[in-house]
Write a protein that binds this ligand. Sequence first.
Ligand code: ADP
Ligand code: MG
Length: 687
Amino acid sequence: MDLSTPLAALGPVFRMKRSALSKIGLETVEDLLLYTPFRYDNNLIVSKIGPTQPGETVTIQGNVIKTSNVFTKKKLTIQRIIIEDETGSIEAVFFNQRFLLKNVHEGDFVSFAGRIDRFGNKKTIAVRSYEVLKSENSEAIHTIGLVPIYSEKNGLTSKWFRNRIKPLIDNLHVTDYLPESIIHENQLMSLSAAISSIHFPKTLTDAERARLRFSFDELLIRNAAASIRKKKLLEKERAVPFEVKKNKPKIQKFIKSLPFELTSAQRKAIDDIFSDLSKDTPMNRLLEGDVGSGKTVVASVAAYLAYLNGFQVAFMAPTEILANQHFLTLSKFLEPQGLKIELLTGSSKKKDKGSKIKEKNQPPTPKRQFDIAVGTHALIHKRAEFEKMGLVIIDEQQRFGVEQRAILKEKGTNPHLLSMTATPIPRTIFLTIYADLALSVLDELPVGRKRVKTWLTPEEKRENGYKWIAEKVKGEKSQVFIVCPFIEPSETLSTVKAAKEEFEKLQKEVFPDLNLGLLHGKMKAAEKDEVIKNFREGKVDILVATPVIEVGIDIPTADIIVIEAADRFGLAQLHQLRGRVGRGDKESYCLLFSDSKSDTTRERLTYLQTISDGAKLAEIDLKLRGPGDMFGTAQHGAPDLRIASLTDLTTVEAAAKAAEKILPQLDHYLDLKERIEQADIPKVSKD
Ligand code: ADP
Ligand code: MG
């Protein structure tokens, strides 16, 4: 057995849980060993029974001298187990653990961790965890020491993990894949010590050092992989350079045709992109810009240049709603220039427009089906047949995995790639994890944009708030988003149910004479389209939605947004949500509601009242809540690290240095080399 052995090969206990394991990505011994505990129960104090005192939390061991199962009224059962050692005896009481006495019998040697208590003059223990041991000399893994607690999913309990992981660690011989010099210079734990200490540490310091070792490895591997990618891109991959100069007049004319002037940040980004596109190495550029900074139009200009060079463009967005919106935007901008745009999403059929219907009955022509295909994942998996794809554009790139981006790129031969995101990524992190990406930042909002006036509204002002909204709708034709509480990280049935209930209540009781629409992720694509279309056209006054509208929706006439249970979101996410309004020239408003009584929570939310810069808010988030929330809980993690934390800049930098040092000698460290290469292999995503 080694780290790469499939778990299924280790026997029936693993095979029985195969699908549960694979659902959380555990396929090999290594996967399981890197499934690290998120905390430890402290059972460091072990005591004889006699000297224990009420109030102490301890682990005691002894022989079972009596067990009983007592049935009380109301179907309650109580299990009593008396154990003794050479210093005394004690009674453990359990409630409703009917199967307990199938596992624990008189004469067994057991270990109990829990709190000592007293009933009258009888000493008892409230057991937190127990285990039956083969003999007094057997090692207790559930009740003594720092006992690992794992995230429990699909019926896999912490006890199950401990029972499986302990023998694996005891029987595993691993050779360290890191060079001795790197381990030494960075004072890292050896691989085998780290594996053992992360699960069963002797002290919390040990656990911390083990975690550090894995973080280091992960960052080193990611960094090295990015550097290799960059080098390959520069040396090997040849893209067809786009002709820029010759097409300048047409581009200029197109930009003039837009209904607004480009900001200078947009013009600068377009220059960056054109300069990349005119090279014979494929572009790999990230366009970062706060919500509403106008990334889409920059992408449209790039797409137009691709078209003028005879290439097709793939434009991928994370949701159908967004794909649909981009489809409309691109059609509006680029159809007048003669481009054919097509929409490809999972559930919707091709959007037939008048001109296409006519084409249907004509004999097939050698002419191309489309110039730009806009879509969701469907672009990757299905129907999109590209003849000559030269540019891939990915919106909200943090929503996609590395794999998905790679697969889409493979539909062309070395196409240029433009990714877009509103998530600000600190520079050090950018250099470390995305060493192969070039960056353009839209650090300027279009002129005339007003700040969204934001209030954390106390519950007692809710009714007044609703009244004000009704007046704004009737008097000034305001259009309103009401974002319902986000109940689960992903949009589950309970979230949808809450939205439906809120919608019905609001329509019946609060806004009976206004038009309300409902939008949630479980609706059919056609229904969603219909609601959004009605909202866009002003036929719906108030759109009640789950947080699906977080990403990208652009309806410039909307000017009020209400966010319920705001405390459940990170500041950066709230900022994204708020960015759904304030896109036109109307004064816009955001009302935040939260029933949290915590002062720190309310204080956190008040940052939104004064700060309107997404990058600043993300920074505050990072400080207050850590990196997990920066990218949003429900999202495909960008940069989806398993263990490492991006806030640990010291490790980020040390790992980057080590990667740089090791790269030229990689052929001496084949195991490490393989890991670095593996980090880049596109896996087909399961969702
Ligand atoms: P995001 O960067 O958040 O994706 P969008 O591309 O959706 O932003 O643009 C937001 C809105 O701003 C759109 O309605 C778009 O037409 C408009 N817009 C983009 N650039 C400008 C500009 N230079 N001046 C005025 N409005 C603009
Ligand atoms: Mg956008």
